[in-house]
Ligand binder design. Structure first.
Ligand code: ADP
Length: 320
């Protein structure tokens, strides 16, 4: 192993820069050459590849986003596109690739390994914490802090105006961000993808709590469950109190990574290089019970399910 490359793909997440930095610097420390591929698989296909040195990654550990850029490039699902990408990698003399991204990016990496024998290692970079085979993904803790900060601010104004606030949180089909934000933000109701949502039940609960003397309410809900602005209208029509929905959206993806994400990204980046040096390929890195681990990418995606944190949801319900 002489030359490795690194790219970030799919949705960006705070801490991706720290992961790139760790890959670059630990590879250089092992005497390897490192190449940065810009804009994910798109940049690989269009040959946007540059040699990196230790100063290429100076001052980025504190920065959100990814200096390499990221992209959605659906064409990477075509075998002939992947074949051209493998050829481009080989034309640079690159003999291994670290992919930082979500499960879509992982699948692309695994296919490069399977079809072209090209060693790839995946690092979990997403705020959604929805990747199997790891307790935490890079970016999740930072996004959680951002969501809780937003909820705290909404609490101030909801409380002053006896308002009901609905906060839509990211996470796609994973409730981790929502239930954790619900507990940390002291929210009354958490609506998550793993539990069937009944608008009627929610409204009745709110009506009861207002009859019992509550003056305001905070509801957190994972994205993609329902139209939160319509939900706000329906609640207001029944309960009477002004109800507003706030979609946190991409705000959650930005910002300087928290210490936890920087440390996780640094450890995982260094570990990815270690694995490549040991000849591992088609593996994804995770952290489970505080230990760095690696799994077969396809096995992780297909067979390992991220456990639903029912206990967190129960706690949030008890404390409201
Ligand atoms: P994430 O990696 O965050 O899950 P996406 O699902 O958008 O984000 O995937 C990022 C990129 O990975 C896609 O734009 C595409 O280039 C590549 N990719 C996704 N799914 C596949 C697949 N099934 N086969 C090959 N490449 C894929």
């Amino acid at each position: 192993l002489k030359k490795i490359a690194v790219l970030t793909s799919g949705g960006d997440a705070p801490g991706m820069n720290a992961a790139i930095r760790a890959v670059v610097r630990s590879a250089l420390a092992e005497g390897l050459e490192v190449y940065g591929i810009y804009d994910g698989y798109l940049g690989l296909y269009t040959n946007k590849i540059e040699k990196l040195n230790r100063y290429s990654v100076s001052d980025i550990i504190t920065k959100g986003g990814t200096f390499l850029g990221s992209a959605r490039f659906p064409a990477f699902k075509k075998p002939e596109v992947r074949a051209k990408c493998a050829e481009i990698l080989r034309s640079h003399g690159i003999d291994a690739l670290v992919v930082i991204g979500g499960d879509g990016s992982y699948t692309g990496a695994k296919l490069l390994t399977e079809e072209h024998g090209f060693p790839c290692i995946g690092l979990p970079g997403t705020i959604d914490n929805d990747i199997p085979g790891t307790d935490y993904t890079i970016g999740y803790q930072t996004a959680l802090e951002t969501a809780v900060d937003a909820i705290d601010r909404l609490r101030d104004t909801s409380s002053s105006h006896h308002r009901i606030s609905i906060v839509e949180i990211m996470g796609r089909h994973c409730s981790d961000l929502t239930v954790s934000a619900a507990i940390a933000g002291g929210c009354e109701y958490a609506i998550v993808p793993e539990v069937n949502f009944s608008k009627e039940e929610l409204i009745q609960q709110i009506e009861r709590s207002f009859q019992d003397g509550k003056h305001h309410a905070l509801i957190v809900i994972t994205e993609l469950i329902t139209d939160v602005h319509q939900l706000a209208k329906d609640i207001e029509a029944r309960v009477g109190n002004e109800t507003r929905a706030t979609v946190l959206g991409h705000v959650q993806r930005g910002g300087s990574p928290c210490a936890f994400d920087r440390i996780l990204a640094s450890r995982m980046g260094a570990y990815a290089v270690e694995l490549l040096l040991k000849g591992e390929k088609g593996r994804c890195v995770g952290i489970q019970r505080e230990e760095l681990v690696h799994h077969d990418i396809i096995e992780a995606i297909d067979k390992m399910r991220r456990p639903f944190k029912a206990e967190l949801l129960e706690v949030s319900k008890k404390l409201f």
